[in-house]
Design a protein around this ligand. Sequence first.
Ligand SMILES: Nc1nc2c(ncn2[C@@H]2O[C@H](COP(=O)(O)OP(=O)(O)OP(=O)(O)O)[C@@H](O)[C@H]2O)c(=O)[nH]1
Ligand SMILES: [Mg+2]
Length: 191
Amino acid sequence: MFEVEFQASAATPQQFPPETLPEFAFLGRSNVGKSSLLNSLVGKKRLAFVSSTPGRTQTINFYRVGDRFLLVDLPGYGYARIPKSESSHWKALADAYLLGRQTLELSLLLVDSRRGWMDADRQLRDYLEHYQRPYLVVATKIDKLNRKEENQSMAAMRAEVPGREIMPFSALSGRGVREIWQTITKSKTPR
Ligand SMILES: Nc1nc2c(ncn2[C@@H]2O[C@H](COP(=O)(O)OP(=O)(O)OP(=O)(O)O)[C@@H](O)[C@H]2O)c(=O)[nH]1
Ligand SMILES: [Mg+2]
């Protein structure tokens, strides 16, 4: 395994660390499970901060995996109780990162499997499509669904993005960790 280390926390684009290694970014609504996925991937329970209160991660946090790549935890969006000023801050920070970052290799767009696509997810998906940014869709908290619900939910989500793979994931059972890890490590760069 690799040594994993917290690298930087950025509240403004000026605080982004230098563009050195390829980066994999975790995007999704507040509480969808971004930090939990990141922790599962690296096998550490408490690397990225997990909270039952939505909207806790307000900065972009960078974690270095060996000398191979960075995993990047973005603040959640779409949480109704976040004031307007903060959501425009989110947008400015996310724009700077998603559009400006030269080393961004792939975004993982997380969608809660119980809810499926929500408007805020669709907006971000359209945004990534519009700017032709590569992304992988991950359906989170799949452990909360039974087999039938899972089939329905995955089918409904896939119907909106024909031809695109959606990976089911659970931080609880570890399902999907290997597939997502493989997608990251085979994605061009890692030596
Ligand atoms: N059952 C289940 N619960 C999960 C899973 N992933 C995350 N959770 C729970 O969902 C809540 C939110 O998880 P986080 O990983 O903090 O979510 P986040 O997307 O980083 O949230 P923000 O940083 O607030 O945007 C926590 O209570 C987690 O324990 C999962 O796969 N299964
Ligand atoms: Mg988080």
